[in-house]
Design a protein around this ligand. Structure first.
Ligand code: PYC
Length: 438
């Protein structure tokens, strides 16, 4: 990775654990309580700043993409005079509303290469940021319930292997071995004919990733400004000049749109139209139970994916709602359909109670691939169109966008995802591997 000077983020201050029941354990349990309750001596993870009148780079959106871009700009390229602006709180958009699934088992060579780089960055992220992001490579299964999906799984497995990504098609017996709770009998309404098994896939703790990048960027001198809404983008003579915000005007020669949900509205401020329609996606979580589901399980036919967190909750998601909307309200239809579909797969979890459901916004592009890189406005860059696959791409998107800003050259890894492809007919059709059936 880059050659820039690195400033180590602050140590987290963890010490070797005392023996259970020992004097030191009793004292440290008490210490933990007082320390925790008093919040004393907790170093701030990121700092408040006055908004300056100019920066070298302005990043709109303090989600994982914006924060990772800021972090790699500073860490890999030594560009630190950077402001990350968010109209609300850090990680409160798609970065806090996803189901935190990480994988690289895509369908197109461009997609596989790109997401594989992200998996590799996730593998070392805790060490790079000195922050436990709880990345757990527990394996990822995409079920096939009919011949058509089995064919797509074989196709994906072959493309994955050619790109050096570990994926293979397995049969129902092997699925049962990996997920004993799954009903793989032939008598079900949607029998499981096989699955794409992707061992490097898994889950991560999304808040930890957001906070880890925020802390790392802050330690390098990047300024993070929450509650700072971008109301306008100044463009003169085809070049971006800066932004107008709810806290004043700020100039910058480079502005990067790293928003999700409202990315087309933000681009419209600069006069750049995007081929995006925004749809809600709903998710839900159960009460915690003893660990029984090691892998991530996805069924496109049943429009559902499920994983179990380290705390024991089951996290479920569906495909996007069929209508475009900016609403983030949950619906009873979602809960009913989710329960029906999940119980097809795992009838024995019928008694589990749902604790919570929520929704996030997904910016869908026509080919289910993101839009990254330059726009017709000089200096105004985009990292948008993240549909239902944005969180997993945070590290690689940040690394690549930082390289583009620092060098002025589009990295090969993201060249295929440019905005011009829609006008030039070079789509990167990823629908067959993007989340679940849409
Ligand atoms: O792309 O893996 C995925 C995914 C999971 C949930 C939404 N998208």
């Amino acid at each position: 990775m880059g050659s820039g000077r690195r400033t180590a983020p602050p140590r987290s201050g963890f010490r070797r654990q005392p023996r259970r029941g020992s004097r030191r354990a009793r004292y440290s349990a008490l210490g933990l309580l007082t320390h925790g309750l008093a919040h004393r001596q907790w170093p701030r993870v990121w700092h408040d700043h006055d908004l300056a009148s100019s920066y070298d780079v302005i990043i709109i959106g303090a989600g994982v993409h914006g924060l990772a871009t800021a972090y790699y700009l500073a860490a890999n390229h030594g560009i630190r005079n950077v402001a990350v602006l968010d109209r609300a709180y850090l990680g409160g958009g798609g970065s806090g509303r996803n189901t935190a699934i990480i994988r690289a088992n895509y369908l197109t060579p461009e997609g596989v290469r790109f997401y594989d780089r992200s998996v590799r960055l996730y593998e070392t992220l805790a060490a790079d940021l000195n922050f436990n992001v709880m990345f757990s490579q527990r394996g990822h299964l995409t079920l096939a319930h009919d011949d058509g999906s089995l064919r797509t799984m074989r196709w994906r497995a072959e493309v994955n292997k050619l790109e050096g990504v570990d994926s293979e098609v397995i049969g129902p017996d092997e699925v049962k071995r990996l997920v004993p709770v799954m009903d793989v009998s032939a008598e079900t309404r949607y029998p499981i004919l096989g699955a794409l098994y992707h061992p490097p896939g898994g889950t991560v703790r999304h808040d930890a990733v957001n906070w880890g990048y925020a802390r790392g960027a802050d330690a390098h001198g990047v300024q993070i400004h929450e509650n700072t809404e971008v109301l306008g983008i100044d463009v003169e003579g085809g070049r971006v000049r800066g932004v107008r915000t709810s806290r004043g005007d700020v100039s910058a020669p480079v502005v990067v749109n790293c928003t999700a949900g409202w990315s087309s509205l933000v681009c419209a401020l600069a006069g750049v139209p995007l081929p995006i329609s925004t749809h809600p996606l709903q998710a839900a979580v159960t009460e915690p139970v003893k660990m029984f589901l090691k892998t991530v399980v996805v069924s496109g036919t049943l429009h559902v994916y499920v994983s179990q967190t380290d705390r024991g909750e089951l996290v479920f998601g569906a495909s996007t709602d069929p209508y475009p909307s900016y609403s983030m309200r949950g619906s009873l239809e979602f809960t009913e359909e989710l329960a029906g579909h999940v119980l097809e797969l795992m009838p024995s979890i019928a008694k589990l109670r749902l604790l919570r459901q929520w929704a996030g916004l997904c910016d869908m592009t026509p080919d289910f691939s993101p839009i990254m890189g330059v726009t017709p406005v000089d200096g105004f860059l985009v990292d948008v169109g993240w549909g239902t696959y944005g969180f997993k791409a945070g590290p690689v998107a940040g690394e690549a966008m930082a390289e583009l800003v620092a060098t002025g050259r589009t990295p090969d890894l993201i060249a295929a995802f440019d905005l011009a492809r829609f006008a030039e007919g070079r789509l990167v059709g990823e629908k067959g591997a993007a989340a679940v059936g849409h």
